[in-house]
Design a protein around this ligand. Structure first.
Ligand code: AP5
Length: 214
Protein backbone atom coordinates (compact mmCIF):
# COMPACT_ATOMS: atom_id res chain seq x y z
CA UNK A 1 0.00 0.00 0.00
CA UNK A 2 1.32 3.44 -0.97
CA UNK A 3 -1.10 5.77 0.74
CA UNK A 4 -1.61 9.51 1.04
CA UNK A 5 -3.63 10.67 4.06
CA UNK A 6 -5.55 13.88 3.50
CA UNK A 7 -7.52 15.93 5.99
CA UNK A 8 -7.54 19.21 7.86
CA UNK A 9 -5.25 19.82 10.85
CA UNK A 10 -6.68 17.77 13.71
CA UNK A 11 -8.74 15.45 11.48
CA UNK A 12 -6.95 12.44 12.98
CA UNK A 13 -4.46 11.60 10.22
CA UNK A 14 -1.65 10.91 12.70
CA UNK A 15 -3.95 8.91 14.99
CA UNK A 16 -5.09 6.61 12.17
CA UNK A 17 -1.55 6.40 10.72
CA UNK A 18 -0.21 5.06 14.05
CA UNK A 19 -2.79 2.28 13.98
CA UNK A 20 -2.06 1.45 10.33
CA UNK A 21 1.66 1.15 11.12
CA UNK A 22 0.85 -1.49 13.76
CA UNK A 23 -1.52 -3.36 11.50
CA UNK A 24 0.32 -3.18 8.15
CA UNK A 25 3.96 -2.93 9.20
CA UNK A 26 4.74 -0.08 6.84
CA UNK A 27 6.27 3.26 7.86
CA UNK A 28 4.49 6.56 8.34
CA UNK A 29 6.19 9.49 6.64
CA UNK A 30 5.01 12.61 8.43
CA UNK A 31 6.56 15.79 7.07
CA UNK A 32 5.34 17.58 10.22
CA UNK A 33 7.27 15.13 12.44
CA UNK A 34 10.40 15.39 10.27
CA UNK A 35 10.25 19.20 10.39
CA UNK A 36 9.57 19.32 14.15
CA UNK A 37 12.60 17.09 14.77
CA UNK A 38 14.75 19.39 12.61
CA UNK A 39 13.51 22.40 14.62
CA UNK A 40 14.24 20.63 17.93
CA UNK A 41 17.73 19.62 16.72
CA UNK A 42 18.44 23.19 15.53
CA UNK A 43 19.57 22.04 12.06
CA UNK A 44 19.73 24.51 9.11
CA UNK A 45 16.47 22.95 7.82
CA UNK A 46 14.86 23.43 11.25
CA UNK A 47 15.97 27.06 11.41
CA UNK A 48 14.44 27.70 7.98
CA UNK A 49 11.20 25.84 8.77
CA UNK A 50 10.55 27.29 12.24
CA UNK A 51 9.10 30.68 11.29
CA UNK A 52 6.68 29.13 8.78
CA UNK A 53 5.52 26.52 11.28
CA UNK A 54 5.15 28.99 14.17
CA UNK A 55 2.83 31.15 12.07
CA UNK A 56 0.80 28.19 10.82
CA UNK A 57 1.98 28.71 7.24
CA UNK A 58 3.52 26.14 4.91
CA UNK A 59 7.23 25.45 4.56
CA UNK A 60 8.29 26.11 0.91
CA UNK A 61 7.49 23.33 -1.55
CA UNK A 62 11.09 22.85 -2.70
CA UNK A 63 12.27 22.13 0.86
CA UNK A 64 9.54 19.62 1.65
CA UNK A 65 9.67 17.87 -1.74
CA UNK A 66 13.41 17.31 -1.30
CA UNK A 67 12.84 15.83 2.16
CA UNK A 68 10.20 13.38 0.97
CA UNK A 69 12.21 12.24 -2.07
CA UNK A 70 15.11 11.37 0.24
CA UNK A 71 12.83 9.51 2.63
CA UNK A 72 11.09 7.50 -0.12
CA UNK A 73 14.47 6.22 -1.31
CA UNK A 74 15.08 4.44 2.01
CA UNK A 75 14.81 0.64 2.15
CA UNK A 76 11.87 0.50 4.60
CA UNK A 77 9.62 2.16 1.99
CA UNK A 78 9.93 -0.72 -0.44
CA UNK A 79 6.89 -2.54 0.99
CA UNK A 80 4.80 0.64 1.05
CA UNK A 81 4.24 3.67 3.26
CA UNK A 82 1.73 6.13 4.66
CA UNK A 83 2.30 9.75 3.69
CA UNK A 84 0.86 11.95 6.44
CA UNK A 85 0.82 15.72 5.84
CA UNK A 86 2.35 15.47 2.38
CA UNK A 87 1.45 16.52 -0.25
CA UNK A 88 -0.16 19.76 0.89
CA UNK A 89 -0.16 21.77 -2.32
CA UNK A 90 -0.75 20.95 -5.99
CA UNK A 91 2.95 21.42 -6.87
CA UNK A 92 3.84 18.93 -4.09
CA UNK A 93 1.29 16.43 -5.43
CA UNK A 94 2.64 16.79 -8.98
CA UNK A 95 6.24 16.40 -7.82
CA UNK A 96 5.27 13.27 -5.88
CA UNK A 97 3.53 11.76 -8.91
CA UNK A 98 6.56 12.49 -11.10
CA UNK A 99 8.96 10.93 -8.58
CA UNK A 100 6.81 7.82 -8.14
CA UNK A 101 6.37 7.47 -11.92
CA UNK A 102 10.16 7.47 -12.28
CA UNK A 103 10.31 4.67 -9.67
CA UNK A 104 7.42 2.82 -11.35
CA UNK A 105 5.54 2.74 -8.03
CA UNK A 106 2.43 4.94 -8.29
CA UNK A 107 0.25 5.71 -5.27
CA UNK A 108 -2.35 3.04 -4.58
CA UNK A 109 -4.75 5.12 -2.42
CA UNK A 110 -5.53 8.62 -1.19
CA UNK A 111 -7.74 8.68 1.90
CA UNK A 112 -9.48 11.83 3.04
CA UNK A 113 -10.43 11.94 6.75
CA UNK A 114 -13.39 14.32 6.96
CA UNK A 115 -14.22 16.21 10.19
CA UNK A 116 -16.45 19.31 10.51
CA UNK A 117 -14.41 22.50 10.97
CA UNK A 118 -16.17 23.26 14.29
CA UNK A 119 -14.69 20.13 15.93
CA UNK A 120 -11.09 20.79 14.92
CA UNK A 121 -10.24 23.65 17.29
CA UNK A 122 -11.10 21.56 20.39
CA UNK A 123 -9.16 18.58 19.07
CA UNK A 124 -6.05 20.68 18.46
CA UNK A 125 -6.06 22.81 21.62
CA UNK A 126 -6.63 19.61 23.65
CA UNK A 127 -3.95 17.48 21.98
CA UNK A 128 -1.06 16.20 24.09
CA UNK A 129 1.68 13.91 22.76
CA UNK A 130 4.15 11.71 24.61
CA UNK A 131 7.71 12.96 24.07
CA UNK A 132 9.04 9.40 24.29
CA UNK A 133 6.63 7.07 22.45
CA UNK A 134 4.50 9.61 20.52
CA UNK A 135 1.23 8.21 21.94
CA UNK A 136 -1.46 10.86 21.52
CA UNK A 137 -4.03 12.03 24.07
CA UNK A 138 -6.65 14.71 24.22
CA UNK A 139 -7.55 16.50 27.43
CA UNK A 140 -11.17 16.81 26.23
CA UNK A 141 -11.76 13.36 24.71
CA UNK A 142 -9.08 10.87 25.79
CA UNK A 143 -7.20 12.27 28.79
CA UNK A 144 -4.32 10.31 30.32
CA UNK A 145 -4.95 8.77 33.76
CA UNK A 146 -2.40 11.11 35.34
CA UNK A 147 -2.14 14.65 33.99
CA UNK A 148 1.00 15.19 31.89
CA UNK A 149 2.12 11.54 32.03
CA UNK A 150 1.84 8.91 29.29
CA UNK A 151 -0.30 5.89 30.29
CA UNK A 152 1.69 3.66 27.95
CA UNK A 153 5.33 4.40 28.86
CA UNK A 154 5.31 6.95 31.70
CA UNK A 155 6.91 9.58 29.42
CA UNK A 156 6.25 13.31 29.69
CA UNK A 157 3.36 14.71 27.61
CA UNK A 158 3.90 17.89 25.59
CA UNK A 159 1.73 20.37 23.74
CA UNK A 160 2.81 21.35 20.23
CA UNK A 161 3.97 24.96 19.72
CA UNK A 162 1.53 25.41 16.82
CA UNK A 163 -1.51 24.20 18.81
CA UNK A 164 -2.35 27.74 19.98
CA UNK A 165 -5.68 29.24 19.01
CA UNK A 166 -4.37 31.98 16.67
CA UNK A 167 -1.96 29.64 14.92
CA UNK A 168 -4.65 26.99 14.56
CA UNK A 169 -6.98 29.52 12.87
CA UNK A 170 -4.26 30.24 10.33
CA UNK A 171 -3.49 26.54 9.78
CA UNK A 172 -7.18 25.89 9.05
CA UNK A 173 -7.30 28.79 6.56
CA UNK A 174 -4.12 27.58 4.85
CA UNK A 175 -5.63 24.08 4.66
CA UNK A 176 -8.79 25.35 2.94
CA UNK A 177 -6.86 27.42 0.44
CA UNK A 178 -3.87 25.22 -0.40
CA UNK A 179 -4.59 21.62 0.59
CA UNK A 180 -8.34 21.01 0.24
CA UNK A 181 -8.05 21.24 -3.59
CA UNK A 182 -6.03 18.00 -3.47
CA UNK A 183 -9.25 16.11 -2.75
CA UNK A 184 -10.37 16.87 -6.31
CA UNK A 185 -6.85 16.22 -7.59
CA UNK A 186 -6.94 12.62 -6.31
CA UNK A 187 -10.59 12.17 -7.25
CA UNK A 188 -9.50 12.96 -10.79
CA UNK A 189 -6.82 10.26 -10.55
CA UNK A 190 -9.47 7.73 -9.47
CA UNK A 191 -7.79 6.79 -6.16
CA UNK A 192 -9.70 8.92 -3.63
CA UNK A 193 -11.57 7.36 -0.71
CA UNK A 194 -13.25 9.33 2.07
CA UNK A 195 -14.01 8.40 5.65
CA UNK A 196 -16.10 10.25 8.22
CA UNK A 197 -13.54 11.19 10.90
CA UNK A 198 -15.99 11.69 13.80
CA UNK A 199 -16.93 9.00 16.32
CA UNK A 200 -14.68 6.55 18.10
CA UNK A 201 -11.09 6.18 16.89
CA UNK A 202 -11.50 2.39 16.67
CA UNK A 203 -14.73 2.61 14.64
CA UNK A 204 -13.05 4.99 12.20
CA UNK A 205 -10.07 2.64 11.98
CA UNK A 206 -12.32 -0.32 11.15
CA UNK A 207 -13.86 1.66 8.30
CA UNK A 208 -10.40 2.73 7.10
CA UNK A 209 -9.18 -0.87 7.07
CA UNK A 210 -12.13 -2.11 5.06
CA UNK A 211 -11.80 0.76 2.55
CA UNK A 212 -8.10 0.05 2.10
CA UNK A 213 -8.37 -3.76 2.31
CA UNK A 214 -5.80 -3.55 5.11
P1 AP5 B 1 1.55 18.53 10.58
O1 AP5 B 1 2.34 17.98 11.67
O2 AP5 B 1 1.37 17.72 9.34
O3 AP5 B 1 0.16 18.97 11.20
P2 AP5 B 1 -1.34 19.03 10.60
O4 AP5 B 1 -1.57 18.66 9.20
O5 AP5 B 1 -1.76 20.39 10.99
O6 AP5 B 1 -2.05 17.88 11.26
P3 AP5 B 1 -2.06 17.54 12.75
O7 AP5 B 1 -0.87 16.70 13.10
O8 AP5 B 1 -2.26 18.78 13.55
O9 AP5 B 1 -3.43 16.72 12.86
P4 AP5 B 1 -3.81 15.21 12.55
O10 AP5 B 1 -4.81 15.17 11.45
O11 AP5 B 1 -2.60 14.34 12.41
O12 AP5 B 1 -4.60 14.88 13.88
P5 AP5 B 1 -4.17 13.98 15.13
O13 AP5 B 1 -4.24 12.54 14.76
O14 AP5 B 1 -2.89 14.50 15.72
O15 AP5 B 1 2.15 19.95 10.11
C1 AP5 B 1 2.57 20.92 11.02
C2 AP5 B 1 3.23 22.09 10.26
O16 AP5 B 1 4.42 21.60 9.57
C3 AP5 B 1 2.38 22.74 9.15
O17 AP5 B 1 1.52 23.72 9.67
C4 AP5 B 1 3.47 23.30 8.22
O18 AP5 B 1 4.00 24.50 8.72
C5 AP5 B 1 4.56 22.23 8.28
N1 AP5 B 1 4.40 21.20 7.23
C6 AP5 B 1 4.17 19.87 7.43
N2 AP5 B 1 4.07 19.23 6.25
C7 AP5 B 1 4.23 20.16 5.28
C8 AP5 B 1 4.19 20.13 3.88
N3 AP5 B 1 3.95 18.98 3.20
N4 AP5 B 1 4.38 21.29 3.19
C9 AP5 B 1 4.62 22.44 3.83
N5 AP5 B 1 4.65 22.56 5.17
C10 AP5 B 1 4.47 21.43 5.89
O19 AP5 B 1 -5.40 14.29 16.13
C11 AP5 B 1 -5.57 15.57 16.71
C12 AP5 B 1 -6.21 15.43 18.10
O20 AP5 B 1 -7.51 14.88 17.94
C13 AP5 B 1 -5.45 14.47 19.03
O21 AP5 B 1 -5.51 14.96 20.35
C14 AP5 B 1 -6.23 13.15 18.92
O22 AP5 B 1 -6.14 12.37 20.10
C15 AP5 B 1 -7.66 13.67 18.69
N6 AP5 B 1 -8.47 12.73 17.90
C16 AP5 B 1 -8.11 11.99 16.83
N7 AP5 B 1 -9.14 11.27 16.37
C17 AP5 B 1 -10.21 11.58 17.18
C18 AP5 B 1 -11.57 11.16 17.23
N8 AP5 B 1 -12.07 10.27 16.35
N9 AP5 B 1 -12.36 11.71 18.17
C19 AP5 B 1 -11.88 12.61 19.08
N10 AP5 B 1 -10.60 13.03 19.10
C20 AP5 B 1 -9.78 12.52 18.15
Amino acid sequence: MRLVLLGAPGAGKGTQAMKLIDKCGIPQISTGDILRKAVADGTPLGKEAKSYMDSGGLVPDTVVIGLVKERLAQDDCEKGYILDGFPRTTPQAEALDAELASMNTPLTDALSVDVPMDDLMKRLTGRRTCKACKQMYNVHFSAPQKEGVCDKCGGELMQRDDDKEDTIKNRLEVYQKSTAPLIDYYKGKGILKSVEGTGSIDDIFNKVCSMLNA
